[in-house]
Design a binder for this molecule. Structure first.
Ligand SMILES: NC(=O)c1ccc[n+]([C@@H]2O[C@H](COP(=O)([O-])OP(=O)(O)OC[C@H]3O[C@@H](n4cnc5c(N)ncnc54)[C@H](O)[C@@H]3O)[C@@H](O)[C@H]2O)c1
Length: 402
């Protein structure tokens, strides 16, 4: 049976999306360049941590609605869900979207629907349209091209894929309508029509908005530290105002979205995006500040106790209760601290992953029991009920105990 939908990219977004579509009795071929990912999925298993996803993938594969491959085949709908990282200078890298698109151009036919879900700089969908029609001019006006960003929360993806509202922007009205009718089969949230440029910008703005708001909370945490005020108490009190809603500070901002997407605006509109740029600076600085705070605490301990402390660094993921380390401020802080370690004793803890290729991990209860200084970098649930003696020095950068 030839697939009705081909998804290109089977990662944190592409795999759950493919599985959801396949669970509605639609034949889906998921394509990934990583053979290991393809083999895992064809065995009915998953390679990422996401609640409920294993059950849905295993059923869809066993029922014959979902298959994975390293090569695409002809289909009616193509979804592009590949990474869009930034390059060394923070410029967006759309080369994955481009190579995924090039791979399917020969397979396209009249009436096909091509959708980009990858977070993309403004104008990417139009660029891909040009790429497609340069090679296949006979398809001009004969196929549908749209952009539909993903806004799910890792850890709650299977619910949010269905119930979140979606913004859908075609390169023309017919494309928007075609894409809306595609998503209406799988999504219960509202589907909001627009054009492709607005949809692209919408995704970037959503994450930039979060970044700016978190930067405000992080800035407050720096001021409060100097002023001797408990920032968590302060924010709780300020939020009693009916129109104030300050977010929680942390040890920076990470992940594939909030720490990355603002650069897609800054890079193209540097003069106009002053506040967005400043927020990125504040959030990046907060991580450095945390690393320095650990160093200072370590030196203070050495002076007071005439010996080196044992230090537990609690969490590596970019946010609580996930295994994703991409752009993680906790990982950055750990690396910074280890760089200056001089053979000190560190326990590095990440309860959501079994092992790391470079960093040696320690079991969290052992680390807490044996450390003199405990720095909480991620507010994982496993840490919330930890008991430790009052002699320990605790640096709670992410409000585990607030
Ligand atoms: N992870 C999130 O929470 C999230 C949320 C919203 C939007 N997004 C966006 O969705 C997109 C995908 O993110 P992700 O987290 O799923 O990435 P990911 O890295 O988890 O997965 C991407 C997959 O694409 C594969 N791939 C790369 N190039 C390919 C190609 N040419 N052909 C086939 N497969 C290819 C990789 O091997 C990988 O398995 C990104 O643009 C991201 O910004 C992610």
């Amino acid at each position: 049976m030839s697939p009705q939908v081909v998804t290109i990219g089977l990662g944190y977004i592409g795999l759950p999306t493919s599985a959801l579509i396949a669970s509605k009795s639609t034949y889906v071929l998921g394509v990934d360049i990583n053979q290991k990912v393809v083999d895992t999925i064809n065995d009915g298993k998953i390679h990422i941590v996401e609640p409920d996803l294993d059950i849905i993938v295993s059923k869809a594969v066993n029922d014959g609605f979902f298959k994975a491959s390293t090569t695409a085949v002809a289909s009616d709908t193509f979804l592009i869900v590949v990474p869009t990282p930034f390059k060394g200078n923070h410029e967006p890298d759309i080369s994955y979207v481009e190579s995924a698109t090039r791979a399917i151009i020969p397979l396209l036919k009249k009436g096909d629907l091509y959708i980009i879900e990858s977070t993309s700089p403004i104008g990417t969908t139009e660029k891909m349209q040009d790429l497609i029609f340069q090679s296949r001019p006979e398809l001009k006006g004969e196929m549908y091209i749209a952009y539909c960003p993903e806004r799910v929360l890792p850890g709650n993806v299977m619910h949010e894929l269905v119930y979140n509202d979606r913004v859908i922007g075609g390169v023309d009205k017919a494309s928007t309508q075609k894409a809306i009718s595609f998503y209406s089969k799988y999504v219960k949230g509202e589907l909001h029509p627009t054009n492709s440029r607005t949809a692209e910008m919408c995704k970037l703005v959503e994450n930039s908005s979060r970044d700016v708001q978190i930067a405000f909370a992080n800035e407050l945490s720096l001021i409060c530290d100097k002023a001797g005020i408990n920032v968590w108490d302060l924010i709780k009190l300020a939020n009693k105002h009916p129109r104030v809603n300050i977010l929680q500070p942390g040890c920076g901002v990470g992940g594939h979205c909030i720490a990355v997407d603002p650069y897609f605006i800054i890079s193209d509109y540097p003069q106009e995006s002053k506040m967005i740029g400043k927020a990125r600076e504040v959030n990046n600085y907060k991580s450095l500040w945390c690393a320095e705070k650990i160093q200072k605490e370590k030196l203070q301990f050495e002076i007071s106790n005439k010996r080196k402390p044992k230090i537990a660094l609690m969490g590596l993921a970019f946010k609580p209760n996930i295994d994703d380390l991409r752009e993680s401020p906790a990982k950055y802080i750990t690396q910074q601290v280890l760089q200056n370690s001089n053979g000190d004793d560190y326990f590095i803890v990440e309860p959501n992953i079994e092992s790391h290729s470079i960093i040696k991990l320690t079991e969290f209860e052992y680390a807490v029991k044996n450390a003199d200084i405990i720095a909480f970098l991620v507010a994982h649930n496993q840490f919330k009920n930890l008991q430790f003696s009052s002699e320990k020095i605790v640096l709670d950068f992410c409000g585990v105990f607030c």
